[in-house]
Design a binder for this molecule. Structure first.
Ligand code: SF4
Length: 429
């Protein structure tokens, strides 16, 4: 039985106990909020996860890492190495976004190597297989989408992005809006092409109950995707985006009625000044469902630095109530991420998540900073390195610049403020 079914029956599962322990929260709190839909534990009944994660109310803000092949670069070993680096850097979840190569083989290999919740976007495989088998994306059969979802669920995928709120009505809003960057979601683009060419409704919306049936069978968490997320600041918080969000709120409720766990995806590119309003809207319109934001990237002009633009947005989003941050790498908008892009992307997203946790008052978050401050005052670099979010980098930097005095750093040298004041205060009678 799924986590939501058990929670509604008032039962505490081993997974609820595990995440409660990790979060320092009572198992009853996890159960009760899971029953309300405000916490999720993405875990397919077919996947033996060694590390369950809770996402949502009062839990630590989690970080997701996207990996996967593209039509320009297919190397399974490389993606597995990205997975290893992401886990080492402290990611909480991983998504396989592969669109080229043997997609079943790639996904199964990643699943075997991944101790964390794994997500996918099944429309990628449905679309690419349809192109290979039928000759064109627009010839994709509706059944194909559901067959791929079931195949991936059977393999043990824990959560899937499904763009169910991208409907004919929301597309009309998009046309009326006159956006600068139209649609930047790949899944949203595939579905839009298919819907426009076939003059049909989105099967994921039209046959939502069929999707819920599959999800319930495997306790597959639905990540209700934002196919119309803004792809530039010019399109931030427009009618198309909000229309889709209203639908996602309705779909979240229908999922809960069928005991299916859901989270809701959000932007994207957003004006910094609109982040808080976006979180408020999601929480209100989607009845407290966990909010999974992609960034948000808060300026469009910094390619090469989008791990930073998204961390700035992510920190504010997390402090305003976002529950799950999808990392963005320095390679965003420019290339498939390299191994180093992945490592840096995870670390900066974790920094953003942690800043949010301090602001939200998540249990234990502030203690970490206090310990670091105490070790700084003591000028204990060994402990500072151990406490650093990226100990390897902290160690490397300390080692590359040797001060004359061992209890200061080369920033101020013998004029180390901490040392001067420490010694001065000791002299006081
Ligand atoms: S030398 Fe300056 S920067 Fe370094 S620990 Fe002392 S006060 Fe801090």
């Amino acid at each position: 039985m799924g986590q939501l079914t058990e929670a509604k029956k008032g039962r505490i599962t081993p997974e609820m106990r595990e995440v409660a322990k990790e979060e320092g929260l009572a198992p009853e709190f996890i159960r009760d909020n899971l029953a309300q839909g405000e916490i999720i534990i993405p875990k397919n009944v077919k996947h033996s996860l060694t590390c369950c994660k809770a996402i949502g109310k009062k839990t630590k803000t989690k970080v997701n890492t996207n990996i996967g092949t593209s039509t320009d670069y297919v190397a399974l070993d490389h993606e597995l190495e990205k997975l290893r680096i992401a886990i080492e850097a402290g990611t909480d979840a991983v998504m396989d976004l592969s669109t080229a190569g043997d997609l079943d083989k790639i996904r199964r290999s990643i699943l075997r190597a991944c101790p964390l919740p794994l997500g996918t976007v099944p429309i990628y495989q449905a679309a690419t297989e349809s192109i290979a088998e039928e000759g064109a994306l627009i010839k994709m059969k509706k059944d194909k989408i559901f067959q791929v979802i079931e195949r991936q669920a059977e393999d043990g995928v824990d959560f899937i992005t499904v763009h169910c709120g991208l409907t004919r009505q929301t597309l009309e809003r998009l046309r009326g809006e006159g956006r600068v960057t139209d649609i930047v979601s790949r899944g949203g683009a595939f579905l839009t092409c298919w819907m426009v060419a076939n003059d049909e409704e989105n099967p994921l919306y039209e046959e939502y109950d069929r999707l819920l049936e599959i999800a319930k069978k495997y306790d597959l968490t639905l990540s209700l995707g934002d196919g119309l997320r803004p792809g530039s600041l010019a399109d931030s918080t427009d009618r198309a985006q909000i229309q889709e969000l209203i639908l996602l709120g309705e779909l979240a409720k229908r999922a809960w009625e069928q005991d299916v766990q859901v989270m809701v995806e959000g932007p994207g590119h957003l004006l910094f000044s609109e982040i808080e309003a976006n979180i408020l809207l999601e929480k209100k319109l989607c009845h407290g469902a966990p909010f999974y934001v992609l960034g948000p990237v808060v300026t469009d002009i910094a390619p090469g630095y989008d791990h930073i633009t998204s961390a700035i947005g992510g920190a504010y989003a997390a402090s305003s109530g976002a529950d799950f941050l999808c990392y963005v790498t320095a390679g965003e908008h420019l290339r498939l991420p390299t191994l180093e892009d992945v490592r840096q992307g995870v670390v900066v997203a974790r920094i953003a998540a942690h800043i949010g946790d301090i602001s939200k008052g998540v249990k234990g978050a502030m203690d970490w900073d206090r310990k670091m401050a105490e070790m700084r005052k003591k000028r204990d670099w060994k402990k500072q390195v151990e406490l650093a979010i990226d100990p390897a980098l902290a160690q490397k930097m300390r080692a590359t610049s040797k001060p004359h005095l061992s209890d200061v750093c080369t920033m101020c040298g013998e004029y180390c403020a901490l040392k001067i004041v420490d010694e001065a205060l000791k002299l006081r009678p």
